[in-house]
Design a binder for this molecule. Structure first.
Ligand code: 8YV
Length: 324
């Protein structure tokens, strides 16, 4: 690199990563702790060689309506990139990279957390105790469902889906059934004693727990809708650590309040951080504020992975995690 490329970090990152970036690049960090607006992105696209967005940065077609952008790379801090308009970046010839692998363990850990909290009614129990309403131990109090040995349906069998299968099958003796848009090699399925079904409609009736690990975006919007939820066994659970738009909130709330579903656990929301009132009133719902990758180790590793992609790109190679 002859000159230091100009790089925009759109939110505060772990200090160690900000320092590493500053060694190698001319870095500007948005320190306001509020997401940037579309107009701010349009301005940034004309000034920075690379922008390092997060899931809160809506780089939609409008934000990307610029002529001759200076920006050549969007090095996304995160694995999911459905907040970036693929057609618009292709039209500009902008490269996009993400941060796979480094967050699979922690995201799967959080999906397990939600599954266990929901099945064992931990959210209800905590709320009851804090409200001072616990009257003491009794045999029928907050009785949940056993998870060990049950059937887990996984939608999307990429790295995170497989990390979930690893935990659920080898740790909890769960039977794993998967649905994925392409065929999964038999030796990969065998690692988790998993079976792949042909369609989502085939998967739904088989699961005691359904866990989502597919991409978001328009093509998967409301993949889990009222019709599909009705195909699930009575008392089944739904866990979403993927993207909010994959689940139809109203259909989910309806399936919870009618008693058809036994519970649900959500880490992601359509239109987050705004949570639909329809969800807030559901008792059998555990909700977390998008914490999937939120550990010190993972957030640092994600930043280092972005750094590696930047170095690849500005040394003239394809970024190792190029997705567009
Ligand atoms: C991140 C995530 O926290 O990587 C993803 O796709 O959803 C989270 O792990 C977020 O995307 C950061 O941009």
């Amino acid at each position: 690199m002859t000159h230091k490329p100009k790089v925009l970090v759109t939110r505060r990152w772990p200090a160690a990563v900000e320092a590493r970036l500053a060694d190698r690049f001319e870095v500007q960090v948005n320190k306001t702790d509020t997401p940037m607006t579309g107009a701010e992105f349009q301005e940034a696209l004309s000034r920075f060689d690379a922008i390092l967005p997060t899931v809160t940065d809506k780089l939609d077609a409008e934000a990307l309506t610029v002529s001759n952008p200076q920006t050549r790379l969007l090095a996304n801090y995160g694995v999911g990139f459905s907040h970036i308009d693929a057609d618009a970046v292709r039209a500009h010839g902008i490269t996009v990279s993400n941060t796979p692998d480094v967050l699979s363990d922690c995201t799967a850990d959080l999906a397990m957390t939600l599954m266990l909290m929901v099945a064992r009614r931990a959210g209800e129990g905590e709320r009851e105790l804090r409200a001072g309403n616990w009257t003491g131990w009794r045999p029928t109090h907050l009785v949940g469902s056993k998870v060990s040995g049950k059937t887990l349906g996984i939608v999307g069998f990429g790295r995170i889906g497989q990390a979930m299968a690893q935990r659920a099958h080898h740790g909890f003796g769960m039977t794993i059934v998967v649905q994925n848009r392409s065929a999964i090699a038999q030796d990969v399925l065998d690692r988790y004693g998993a079976t792949q079904v042909a369609s989502l409609d085939d998967l739904m009736p088989q699961c005691d727990v359904l866990s989502l690990h597919c991409p978001g975006g328009d093509s998967n919007r409301h993949l889990i809708d009222g019709r599909r939820l009705a195909l699930m066994k009575p008392g089944a659970f739904v866990i979403n650590t993927a993207r909010g738009e994959v689940v139809d909130d109203h259909a989910l709330a309806q399936a919870l309040t009618s008693g058809h579903l036994g519970g649900a656990g959500l880490d992601v929301f359509d239109g987050e951080p705004n949570i639909g009132p329809v969800l807030l009133s559901c008792d059998k719902l555990v909700m977390l504020p998008h914490l999937g990758s939120a550990t010190r180790e993972t957030r640092e590793a994600m930043g280092m992975r972005v750094f590696d992609n930047l170095v690849d790109f500005f040394e003239g190679r394809a970024p190792r995690d190029k997705v567009l």
